[in-house]
Design a protein around this ligand. Sequence first.
Ligand code: TEU
Length: 546
Amino acid sequence: NDGANWWRGGVIYQIYPRSFQDTTGDGIGDLKGITKRLGYVAELGVDAIWLSPFFTSPMEDMGYDVSDYCGVDPMFGTLNDFDELVSEAHRLGLKVVIDQVLSHTSDRHQWFEESRQSKDNDKADWYVWADAKPDGTAPNNWLSVFGGPAWEWDGVRKQYYMHNFLASQPDLNFHSKAVQDALLETVRFWLERGVDGFRLDTVNYYFCDKELRDNPPVDGNLGPTGLDAPDVNPYGFQQHEYDKTRPENVAFLQRFRALLDQYDGRASVGEVGDGARSLKTVADYTSGGDKLHMCYTFDFLGPEFTPFHIRKCVEDFFSTVEDGWVCWAFSNHDVDRHASRFAKSEAERAPVARLALSVIATLRGSVCLYQGEELGLPQAELTYEDLQDPYGIRFWPSFKGRDGCRTPMPWSAKQAHAGFTTADKPWLPVPDAHLPLSVFEQAGEPASVYNHYRAILSFRKAHSALFDGAIAFKESGDDDILVFTRSDDHETLLFAFNFASKPKSVALPTVMSHLDTLDLPGATAVLNDTHIDFGAFDGFCARIQD
Ligand code: TEU
């Protein structure tokens, strides 16, 4: 899938720079380390990398609090290191997607420093400022995703400012054209430097209601992640009617797209956390060819890994949207690793990790993989003393935060800290349980999760129907079995997967006339006349001849 459409059906590998590879010995990963390991990423068979933020930042939210959009934080290296990374990636045939955190800045960004000085300076309306209510309380009932009210009192300006996340992440006011222009200029800066695309952080949070109306109370919307259980965060107790996913956002996304379209082959993937409305929002943001190229949601980032849930999400999306596009993901730097989330026991982790990839890589849509999932890494068990994530520190122990999926990549069990760093202590520990799963240890084992990833990604590349081909689900008559076809002008492929931890046998859907079994990596199910016989967590693929 070359050319300008590389993103459509493409596979994007997310790199968390802090935890990929350290080259300076300070215990924190850096850009040079990523460049050094790009050969590994290219060999995996992905199309692109997405780099989590490496911009200048006080790192209160691990870089999702940017204080200079056009600078590289010294912790990660220099702009020159970034240029080298891009040219090495391109040499290896990898696209480079960077993370743009446009919804909010750090409170140490110069824009905020200026804005807070008075109510009438040049940047006075660059953030969402409001007077206190007569009794001194916050302007409305909006809540921060990270707990507590979304408003912080500023003693300098004597007003409240709005923050969807930490108080040190003030939200920009997108109703200001000057703010939009300034942000688009930073995007242009990276386009000029040759990046191929952008992952837009919290893309549905850009605008909030101009009149700052109260959110209505809830019924059943558990917030963006489902993680926001009541004992953790009351965020789910209101409908996010006025603080996010505002209609004005669409016009800004059009401006953003128009900028990208001035350059060849650039793409965008937005992060949409919008509770039960998420896939509908993705459809709104990606249809028409004049907004985002694709978005991803939290639908597959929760606990549920069942044929029912997968079918429902994929079918809902593609049956309601004519030309929008979605990017699926099971893991990222915000949620528990899916080998742990989906497996019911330690022994199930590797087979479940293999099955999950086979499924996501054959569904319709693009795919985001998160570093380390190709090793089947389980969620790291950390102590309170290990924690770095402010979200976890705040809610420990009812929510342990996001550090357990952010521990360093294990490259080799034979080296200190698995080859991640030569420092005495990395910023987060490499769990002992990750050592036998390290890259070097798995590379030589044909049946490893890692080699399964390579084989499945190469299978995906070899079948054009898997990029953009239509998808149609079939009744399997068994809750554990997912059956669908993918078809384009060249071929129609049948896929069937057994999500159960025991063997199963199911009757073939009657529509199938003649089947040529294909060698789907890791799949051992066999076709016996009118039945498919599966092993545990098994798969089946055949070409349908008509
Ligand atoms: O995440 C947005 C988001 O919705 C998260 O707050 C999510 O609900 C939570 O992390 C689940 O545990 C993005 C980034 O991916 C995240 O790392 C940042 O902290 C956040 O934005 C603020 O920039």
